[in-house]
Design a binder for this molecule. Sequence first.
Ligand code: ADP
Ligand code: ADP
Length: 216
Amino acid sequence: MLQITDLHYRYPTSTSAQLTVPSFSLEAGRHAIILGPSGCGKSTLLHLLAAILTPQQGSLHVAGTDLRALTPRQADAWRGRTVGFLPQKLALIPSLSVFENLTVAAYATGRAPEIVRATELLAALGLADKATAKPHALSQGQQQRAAIARAMFNRPALLLADEPTANLDDASCSASIGLLNTQAAAVGASLVIATHDARVLAALPDAAVLRLGGTA
Ligand code: ADP
Ligand code: ADP
């Protein structure tokens, strides 16, 4: 699922040290935790795995694709087919309903959205009665579940989650990781979580761990 070799990335606008990622590989269907302190490059690595950013050095294969060989247009198409992304700030579109937040990506690709899929996902995530609500009318936990539903809508091979347990109490933390795990398993996806939260290690004891930034 993932093969990372000698990977280096530096933001074009940045003078700070480049991100260096240890070599790492992950079999299909297995989960991984990217662990390290704030600022060590976890979000950056997730964006590299999603082909949103392109490394300057090294090799990066995700779900059988050499990401460095893709043109920007191919990367967009590949990402839409392959990757579900749960951003730290959720990034639900405030003017759209929960249902529309799930299906909007399908419109962007010119395909008709699968209404049944959206309805089933919202039900599975306990949001059946929130489909027509706007994100601001949902609790924080409900908003995260809506964002998980959106990430899973296209049945991705890879589910990327950025700090999904930030600011959550222990019960909500377990619930959140449990949902991500269940949803990934439902479509056979690999789950990759970027976090500085050691509770995630306990919640996913079988996950491979990729440590960034040395001492975490
Ligand atoms: P983490 O997710 O582990 O907190 P990030 O990947 O967000 O770390 O950031 C890694 C480093 O890259 C930090 O030093 C951060 O300030 C820097 N950085 C993040 N985004 C940008 C950007 N768009 N341009 C320049 N530097 C950035
Ligand atoms: P930060 O932690 O740096 O504030 P977020 O965790 O809010 O950033 O992540 C927002 C970023 O995640 C966006 O800039 C975008 O690059 C990426 N992103 C979020 N959702 C998607 C998606 N569905 N597909 C591709 N990229 C996404």
